[in-house]
Design a protein around this ligand. Sequence first.
Ligand SMILES: Nc1nc2c(ncn2[C@@H]2O[C@H](COP(=O)(O)OP(=O)(O)OP(=O)(O)O)[C@@H](O)[C@H]2O)c(=O)[nH]1
Length: 234
Amino acid sequence: MAIENKPREEFDTVFSRNDSLELSSHHDHDPAHARIFKIIVIGDSNVGKTCLTYRFCGGTFLKNPEATIGVDFRERTVELDGESIKLQIWDTAGQERFRKSMVEHYYRSVHAVIFVYDVTSLSSFKSVPEWIEECSRHCVGPLVPRIMVGNKCDLRDRREVPTSAAQCLADSYNFPLFETSAKDPAEKEHVDAIFLTLAYRLKSHKPLRLKQPSQTDVRHLWNQKEQESASCHC
Ligand SMILES: Nc1nc2c(ncn2[C@@H]2O[C@H](COP(=O)(O)OP(=O)(O)OP(=O)(O)O)[C@@H](O)[C@H]2O)c(=O)[nH]1
């Protein structure tokens, strides 16, 4: 469900710019020269951050996801106008206790941010300005592309956040707004559009030298930080 407003136009732009637009997963297209962009996905716990990233990177709906601890990485290489771009997506933890030591790492060298709320949860929507504030506190400047996403649109009877209110908030920050569902297979292209909108914006950025962290690297950082904070309390 893409909404009939500015983001929808962006979505159309993404898909009409080049008829031969090809999308490929990292399984079948992962050239060594691809530029890498780090995108973080932020929002309250349970809004569907993991499911959205999994839908984009894995192509399916992840049934029974576990709460994210620290961070999970997924990536997908897309081909835009003949150039390979690797999107390295950091699926962050919504629960404070699982993110406290990782926050600095989330925001370091970030290229784009996706703020997610759940359209069936007013409180998750009300948290969006706090997530935006956290982002600013970590020096993520206005030139970093940001997008707001209302997830779980398939739960029509349970909607608590009207599109008009979300649009109003998005406009106040000058962010594009997408409403979608990670669960509904018919929404797959719209989930892609969220990430591709960012990819097109990032495409004009300079080449990057971003070290590619492995899950082990981050687990290591996480453990190290946990030990540090434990020793601080002694
Ligand atoms: N109906 C519906 N359920 C969804 C959708 N996306 C996610 N869910 C469900 O919402 C719950 C939370 O999904 P997650 O993707 O783990 O949420 P999260 O934001 O990553 O949560 P944390 O890891 O705790 O931050 C799971 O039960 C999912 O099955 C959606 O689009 N529609």
